[in-house]
Design a binder for this molecule. Structure first.
Ligand SMILES: [Zn+2]
Length: 148
């Protein structure tokens, strides 16, 4: 954005630059209620995050975030274009046929300043827990080599 030019958008929001500071002039009419402001913010279906960001630059009232979220949830177009991560197919683990055939390992904590390496046998569900002072690959490899 050119910091020397003044901008006015269709919502009547006017940005005027002076000494590298942008002053926003809002043409506010007493009859302009929250619904009207939300209509202006919702112009072009920008989505909830952008609507909130734009609102924070210009307006505020108690509960505005909830009002904007409600507006987006009610809008069919916004729901069609919102970010939805691709559905990943689920592949269940195959059952183990013998003990120690497959192990599951993960970290738990930190709890009381320690991290725990948790190892579970997929066949018997036997649990082994190793307290670690630091959860690094080196300490994990050392514990697993000593264990197995
Ligand atoms: Zn919308």
């Amino acid at each position: 954005m050119d910091r020397t030019s003044n901008l006015t958008n269709s919502a009547g929001l006017n940005c005027q630059w002076s000494n590298n500071v942008c002053y926003v002039v809002i043409e506010w009419y007493p009859t302009m209620g929250h619904q009207t402001v939300m209509d202006l913010l919702h112009e072009g279906h920008p989505g909830c995050t952008r609507m909130k960001a734009l609102a924070r630059s210009f307006v505020w009232w108690p509960g505005i975030d909830g009002d904007l979220e409600g507006r987006v949830k009610e809008c069919h177009q916004c729901q069609l274009t919102r970010y939805t991560p691709a559905q990943a197919p689920l592949y269940p683990w195959e059952f183990s046929s013998a003990p120690w055939e497959r192990l599951h390992a993960d970290f738990a904590g930190p709890f009381l300043g320690r991290t725990f390496l948790v190892v579970v046998d997929a066949f018997s569900k036997w649990l082994e827990v190793f307290p670690l002072s630091t959860a690094t690959s080196a300490t994990t490899i050392d514990k697993l080599e000593a264990f197995l």
